[in-house]
Design a protein around this ligand. Sequence first.
Ligand SMILES: Nc1nc2c(ncn2[C@@H]2O[C@H](COP(=O)(O)OP(=O)(O)OP(=O)(O)O)[C@@H](O)[C@H]2O)c(=O)[nH]1
Ligand SMILES: [Mg+2]
Ligand SMILES: [Zn+2]
Length: 305
Amino acid sequence: MRGLVIKSTGSCYIVRMDDGSDAECHIKGNFRIRGIRSTNPVAVGDFVEVQTLADGTKWITEIEDRRNYIIRRSTNLSKESHILAANIDQVALIVTVNHPVTSTTFIDRFLATCEAYRVRAILIFNKIDLLTEEELAQLAELRALYESIGYETMELSAISCQPLDVMPLLEGKTTLLSGNSGVGKSTLLNALFGREMTRTGKISDAHDKGMHTTTFSEMYFLPDGAIIDTPGIKGFGTIDFQREEVSHYFRDIFAVSRDCRFGNCTHTNEPGCAVQEAIIKGSIAISRYESYLSLLGDCDEGKYR
Ligand SMILES: Nc1nc2c(ncn2[C@@H]2O[C@H](COP(=O)(O)OP(=O)(O)OP(=O)(O)O)[C@@H](O)[C@H]2O)c(=O)[nH]1
Ligand SMILES: [Mg+2]
Ligand SMILES: [Zn+2]
């Protein structure tokens, strides 16, 4: 029977079967999808075929072709990649200016991956109730930057949540909630449902970091739409980007690169580089350019590995 993977615990999967029942399913150790090397061959959002054996155990035997997915390398040096979710309509990236600090490199790496896999991304700046005047100014700057590049942004305090503000973005869609640990993904999820669907955790006093409270990915169903809450992630390594294509995933850099003297300009040290010029003029943010360079670095690592 066919079903939808709604929870992944690493060792087993919960599948919402077409008849409405939930089944705990396993996969064979050697189960692999052609062409994708990842620690989790099956991800939340996958449509799968399930067979029940004589002993009553249920096994995932097939995965339907994915419409899309979001994949990352767990750390830059690691060969292991991890699929965050499959068949999604959009990503809501939850970020915090402070408590904890979400780096622009992390944001840009995530956004670049969304571009590469053609998934719409929304930036939700959470915990605005905790921010100082100075941090609020930083928030306004960041929102202006990403809006100018063409991303939808919003700001939020998930604890005093105005879930109604977020709801219109989610209607009729399957949304992946992602971001660093402790930014308030699960808090937002609970607020949207108006009750405790999942556990939330404290931020560590010493480091102002999340404690990885959510350990499994799980899909929750709204009256109209679905949300996938996921474990917080630290770094965001990209997979298999070619050097030449990295700039395609930075909308602001890509738009300007048409005016570079050389068609194969990498915007690093070539003469007549329109991107370099735009940085000097201030029309491309230095933080974006730094993220671009760090992604070129990922490509080089891939080459030498
Ligand atoms: N002041 C304030 N605290 C918040 C807000 N949103 C979340 N928190 C708190 O931040 C802490 C972490 O929230 P979680 O929802 O567990 O964070 P998470 O992103 O799910 O973290 P992981 O599951 O570890 O990835 C909790 O103590 C929340 O109460 C907010 O808008 N304002
Ligand atoms: Mg969580
Ligand atoms: Zn250039």
